[in-house]
Design a protein around this ligand. Structure first.
Ligand SMILES: [Zn+2]
Length: 176
């Protein structure tokens, strides 16, 4: 009987979800998909400089699992940089410790613990699904990075937004 997969613990949703080489039209590019847990492994080991054991503990996985994860992630990064492929961060069975919202108009970012109580300000804010306006500029163009990363919002530019959405992670996304 297969063991149930335990969601991997992610500190904060990735801030950037798509990268491409300059000077190559997108229609000519192959896309490499990196999952949220893979980019978290890169962040912990290569950006924060953690050894594999403490990095594995941060994500709630074993050290050998972390090592396999980061090797896969580095291989994908190398492919993108050396061979000139588009990199898309998307999907993964993960739990976020923090949410991250970013305003598309002024770039303001708000990071909050996912178990923090929501502020109850006005009656209009009682709908938990309602988009919150940017606290800095008031714009309603606020992206939920956790949702975007798990739903693959940035995929499928030529096919219509959202058609190639993967199922993995959607279950988690509903918590937001
Ligand atoms: Zn704003």
């Amino acid at each position: 009987m297969p063991r149930p997969r335990i969601p991997r613990r992610i500190d904060t949703p990735p801030r950037f979800l798509q990268f491409k080489p300059v000077g190559v039209p997108r229609r000519l590019l192959e896309t490499v998909t990196m999952t949220v847990d893979e980019i978290e492994a890169i962040r912990l080991a290569d950006r924060e400089g953690l050894d594999h054991q403490p990095a594995a503990e941060r994500m709630g996985i074993s050290r050998p699992t972390f090592t396999r994860l980061i090797e896969a992630a580095r291989s994908k990064l190398a492919m993108c940089i050396i061979d000139g492929k588009e990199l898309v961060i998307e999907g993964g069975d993960v739990d976020y410790e923090h949410s991250l919202q970013r305003c598309r108009d002024c770039g303001d970012e708000v990071r909050e613990a996912t178990d923090a109580p929501r502020e109850e300000t006005t009656a209009a804010n009682t709908d938990p699904q309602a988009e919150e306006a940017c606290r800095a500029c008031g714009s309603e163009n606020v992206d939920d990075l956790a949702e975007l990363a798990l739903r693959g919002r940035f995929r499928g530019h030529n096919r219509g937004r959202g058609q190639k959405v993967r199922q993995s992670g959607q279950r988690r996304g509903e918590k937001q």
